[in-house]
Design a protein around this ligand. Structure first.
Ligand SMILES: [Zn+2]
Ligand SMILES: [Zn+2]
Length: 107
């Protein structure tokens, strides 16, 4: 399966070190935690295929479907086309889809 993320021992060890570094640096803030997660994602999933998910805007609840170039371009943050909120649903690249793969007859 193409989109399956495999977490290796090396990765969990690196993540553990990163968490420890944050804790000793005075505790994690929201920014430093996000930066760490971003670093982790960029380091270990640099070319990860975007994960198809059903997305709703957390602010206005509008359905978010990535179309056109956004449907194929890997992106972390999504911009609501209704209210303009930009949010990041996961640390890995995601793509908002109408149907999850396998839940609709294709072609
Ligand atoms: Zn999007
Ligand atoms: Zn919205």
């Amino acid at each position: 399966m193409k989109n399956k993320l495999v977490v290796t021992e090396e990765m969990s060890a690196a993540f553990g070190r990163e968490v420890k570094r944050l804790m000793t640096a005075g505790g994690p803030t929201l920014e430093s935690s996000m930066a760490s997660l971003q670093w982790f994602a960029d380091t270990y999933f640099p070319s990860a295929e975007p994960i198809p998910i059903i997305l709703w805007c957390p602010s206005c609840n509008a359905r978010h479907i990535d179309e056109g170039e956004f449907a194929t371009r890997s992106h972390h943050s999504h911009a609501c086309q209704t209210c303009g909120l930009v949010w990041r649903p996961a640390i890995v690249p995601t793509v908002g889809v109408q149907f999850l793969p396998g839940f609709k007859d294709e072609k």
